[in-house]
Design a protein around this ligand. Sequence first.
Ligand code: R5P
Length: 329
Amino acid sequence: MIGRLTTAVEFAGEEASPWGALKLIAGSANPELAARISETIDVPLTDPRLRHFPDGEINVKIEDSMRGHDVFVIQPTSPPVNEHLMELFIILDALRRASAGRVTAVIPYYGYARKERKTQPREPISAKLVANFITLAGADRLLLLDLHAEAIEGFFDVPTDHLSPHRIVADHLRTLNLQRLTVVAPDAGGGRRAEAVANQLQAPIAFGYKRRSGDDEVEVIAVSGDVKDRDCVIVEDIITTGGTISKLAQSLHKQGARRVLVAATHPVLTGDAVQRLKNADIEHVIVTDSIPIAPEKLGPPLTVLSVAPLLAEAIVRVHENRSVSELFR
Ligand code: R5P
């Protein structure tokens, strides 16, 4: 299910903007989301005419004039991450060379976000490197959604707006007739995210403690908080292999949770992640359309909520030089 698709966003038109005309361009990462944003604000998508040379190199040729315009480039850097990043860099470069007035990179999912610090000697901080490349390529500002770590915002020296889908998620959870609700953070790092949803729903929080023994091997060591006989909603940013969520769901069931649900923003869902979620007896897995989901993975237990109206509203506000933080109130 994609929710809130038809919510139109009030767009006063170019007179309300200190910039040139609002232009939307999308890379190939999530054309459906880009189309929903375009439909919501009634601004057509400019085709960047992305092409691949026979050797795999990417080329772009923007046919329309971008001179002086306020351009928003929609491109989550989801898998294949490197390909989508390179597309983004090349589109940004083309726009800068086309004398665009201002360019905003709209990145609903930020690849490499989980490498935002060194945990061992001689490791990279890839999330910072990616931030450097994005601004070097030509982004004047960023519109981001539920970053794995808030610190990534600080990796940019240009303005960033960091949106949260938690009001959309909380509104949906309210429709599910949950009783004696506990919001569960999978680890301490997810505490603020879980707190945002818990505050909306006036629910207590529990925490999981996990240990990773490999890229797709997770062990949940403990859960602290009130979960017995309660409806537990795990709030997560990313589901990749489904390892974290399925292990945590099993622990919650063992500790007597009445129902287990998941709300996760970015459905990366590699390999047999969906099967793992099914095996873990999770009633609903609520995700967003920040990343496209392969058709064979759609259906229960997944429910997909659209972030297009949220991103559309933020784009219009940035264009009209209006507050974006008001969106959170
Ligand atoms: C990492 O700390 C993230 O917040 C997620 O917990 C992680 O990306 C989930 O990955 P997986 O689904 O592979 O366990």
